[in-house]
Design a protein around this ligand. Sequence first.
Ligand code: ADP
Length: 655
Amino acid sequence: MIELNNVSKTYRTGKIPVYALRDITLEISAGEFVAIMGPSGSGKSTLLHILGFLDRPDGGSYSVLGTEVSRLTDAELALLRNGMVGFVFQQFYLLGRISAVENTELPLIYGGKKGIRKTAYGKLEAVGLAEREDHRPNELSGGEQQRVAIARALVNDPMIIFADEPTGNLDTKSEEEIIHILRVLNEQGKTIIMVTHEKEVAKHAHRIITMRDGRIVSDELKRQQITEQTAKRTDLSVSDILSQKRSSFARIEFVRHLRQSVRAILSNKVRSFLSMLGILFGVAAVIAMLALGEGAKASIEQSLKTLGSNLLSIRAGSAKVRGIARAQGSITRFTLDDVEAIRKLTHLVSNASAYTSGSGQTVYKNENWSTNIQGVGFDYGKMRASIPEIGRWFTPEEITRREKVVILGPTVVEKLFGDKNPVGQTVKINRVYFKVIGIAPEKGFRGHRDFDDAVYVPVTTAMYRVLGKDYLDGIYVEVKESDMIEKAQEEISQIISKRHRLYKNDEDSFHIRNMSEIQEMLTSTTKTMSLLLGCIAAISLLVGGIGIMNIMLVSVTERTREIGLRKAVGASSGDIMSQFLIESVVMTFSGGLIGILLGAGIALVMSTVVGWSTKVSLLSIILSTTFAVAVGIGFGLWPARKASELNPIEALRYE
Ligand code: ADP
């Protein structure tokens, strides 16, 4: 079944090459029980590893069931390790985190088999450990651990069992049990190849090969025993074994890897949590910031809607005249007649109001307060939602007669009157007596500006009696329908140019703004802000990803032996790679999930405690989850590759 011809192996790690195997020529038939003996360092383990597809020779040929092994790929060798052979090591190499039965299952997992729990349980029963299936390795004695390892070697029903000093770490009684199990297996038809340096152990074998300095010095055949069963099985060829297709491999694998990853993460709770923090805060920041941005946008849109979207604001602009900048209003000074002219465009305009503003001192008895004086026309009340709920709006006559009546903003009322009703009282504004006729409805803050800190007087009164100017600061116009806005802007612009005899050059001397322009300005500001926040989020995700990569590298180093064992029982490089990739993605994904909760929590706190409006959007959740997963894949790739490229034997020997 096994044929070696002039096989050699040289280690060249140090300065002097170590010739571990020299010209080994050897034939082993199916059903044999072979003991390989010899002093320490004579090359026994090296030979066993080559025979067991864990390592490749440097020279010579090795064929198994008539197939030359050097022609097989690494993935095919993994399949052979999984399906054709089983290993028992001196150090047992059980995985500490999982139970006896789960350890036994490992080769079945990589073989993509179904009903694995039952098979594994059956093998544990066969080695006399049926009751200990749920025990972890550290709850078992050495002998029991080795029996679990034998069950694991048997679980895929291999042709050959390789045992490397299987009793080296055991007491005499356990040694006898293990040898007994191996003998029974041999009688049942398994080929057993065992390395040992104890004569007591070797005497149970049927053939004893002795090695020294990498050569076979004696080959002693005591008796040969080949059963019918064995003869039948050796009819198989390597390609038969390789073609035993792994059934529904991907899906089973994924679920199992997932479970294992969760377990690996949970077994290092604090460490995993700490390494998740970067991603967690990154995602929380993204969610909270986007929620704030969305909320701000929504509230801006809301307040623009209350302002009226058909509103035009006409203001005098500062223009350059022959290259010299003039003060605002220095070219075009609007008059009340302009307002009347605009109002005559009845096919487009529904309302128009003059306005002017300035600052002033308001006094009531001993209280005084400096505020903003708004001189407004009659239409302003309904256009800007300013008609008082307590008291009344101005009458058109009051406006034409420049009467001294005032409507106070809520902040001014509070400063001057406290809880008292101001309607009917008299206040002094810039030393002129005014009668209070109403309280303006609350408008609140926009940014830092308090819109309630203002007093409203007729525009005529403001101009001639309080502020002392004979021109307006601007005109508000309400257009009938929103699709008439452009036309209205055009016609109003013509009227003003004509009335003020403006030349082409002077067109900058006033401008007409509509609310959609203001809206655009605001959204572009929010966009810049979002971009900035996005950059911060990207940086924190990057830092988080580096944290994950670091911890995954540590994890790979820490679990080098586990990786070696997994490869020894038949895991391919791809299996190992996906295991570690899934682990890093599970880590970033759960970090992301907690981050989403935290971010949403922060948004909630900001909206309830600070009063900022926030809105957690589905898009931001999907976006940050995708990012978290991408970071997991991106930064887990290198450690996972590193793990998958480990040589099984070197990994097993790693201290
Ligand atoms: P045995 O199992 O008989 O004790 P080994 O097969 O383990 O012997 O080793 C044979 C020789 O090869 C020894 O001299 C050992 O030091 C050397 N050797 C084994 N593995 C390596 C390795 N990975 N790198 C360098 N030298 C090695």
